[in-house]
Design a protein around this ligand. Structure first.
Ligand SMILES: Nc1ncnc2c1ncn2[C@@H]1O[C@H](COP(=O)(O)OP(=O)(O)OP(=O)(O)O)[C@@H](O)[C@H]1O
Ligand SMILES: [Mg+2]
Length: 258
């Protein structure tokens, strides 16, 4: 469970986050949506330890983790993905799964990683695990392909794969649907749902694709102007006048006309 309490964050004179509070319940797939500039990415970066808030708290499973660095949060079971997948373009797909998520290795882990005995002892196990993950992603046939040659959607799948290689069970996903074609999007949606139901993963997802949010997420938290406007099931909030005015206008009107 992630609890965000009264977060505030300014950049110069811009008050990006102004008293934002919400909860991501354990075992949920929670969406964070809202118009451009609402403060979603800023909140996300604060939770994941990439930005410090000016005020307010972040709790992870009841413990105050405000301001902890990403690698410390990683050790406590929280990992994030990036909107634009950060790949090692010259590695193969299989190799890129053997590298833990960028920016989330602490010094101790870096030492452990480079301790050759340990690597040798773990390698066979890790490779076997990576192949399992590739099967799950439907990318096993591409294990020897260079990561840089993958499509945008396939790179998003590999990012999810790296989450699966980690021990973390609380996962922040930054726009998993952005730039992904419909076929791969369905695969990503199915995978997130399975991980949630069968393996107990908790997700918090920043996403503009309302189709993905409608299919996958509950609760949905709507942000506007740096704070929470409303939250609830997608079916309920999409009828909320303020939400329609702030954000969903185009979606709601399109459907009424159809
Ligand atoms: N590093 C920064 N320096 C200055 N202003 C920033 C910075 N990051 C965000 N902002 C401003 O803070 C506000 C919130 O931005 P944020 O990126 O969190 O919004 P968002 O909800 O993620 O929007 P989008 O849906 O477009 O990604 C915006 O006005 C933005 O211009
Ligand atoms: Mg953003």
């Amino acid at each position: 469970m992630i609890e965000v309490r009264d977060l505030q964050k300014s950049f110069g004179g811009v008050r990006a986050v102004r008293g934002c509070s919400f909860t991501v319940p354990t075992g949920s797939i929670t969406a964070l949506i809202g118009p451009n500039g609402a403060g979603k990415t800023t909140v996300f970066n604060i939770i994941a330890g990439f930005l410090r808030p000016d005020a307010g708290r972040v709790l992870l499973d009841g413990e105050d983790v405000t301001g902890l660095a990403p690698h410390r949060l990683y050790r406590r079971g929280l990992v994030r993905t990036f909107q634009i997948p950060r790949m090692f373009d010259r590695m193969t797909v299989l190799e890129s799964l053997l590298v833990p998520p960028v920016g989330q290795l602490g010094e101790n882990l870096v030492h452990a990683w480079f301790s050759r005995d340990r690597v040798r002892r773990q390698e066979a196990k890790l490779v076997a695990r990576a192949r399992e993950v590739l099967d799950l992603l439907g990318l096993r046939h591409l294990e020897g392909e260079r990561a840089g040659h993958l499509s945008g959607g396939q790179k998003k799948l590999v990012e999810l794969g790296r989450v699966l290689m980690s021990p973390c069970r609380t996962v922040l996903l930054d726009e998993p649907g952005a730039g992904v074609n419909r076929t791969l999007l369905s695969r990503i949606v199915d995978l997130i749902r399975r991980l949630n139901r069968e393996a107990g993963y908790t997700f918090c997802i920043v996403e503009h694709d309302m189709d993905l949010v409608a299919r996958l997420c509950d609760p949905v938290i709507v942000m506007a102007e740096g704070r929470v406007l409303t939250q609830g099931r997608f079916e309920d909030i999409r009828r909320n006048r303020e939400v329609i005015d702030a954000y969903l206008g185009a979606v709601a009107v399109e459907e009424e006309e159809a």
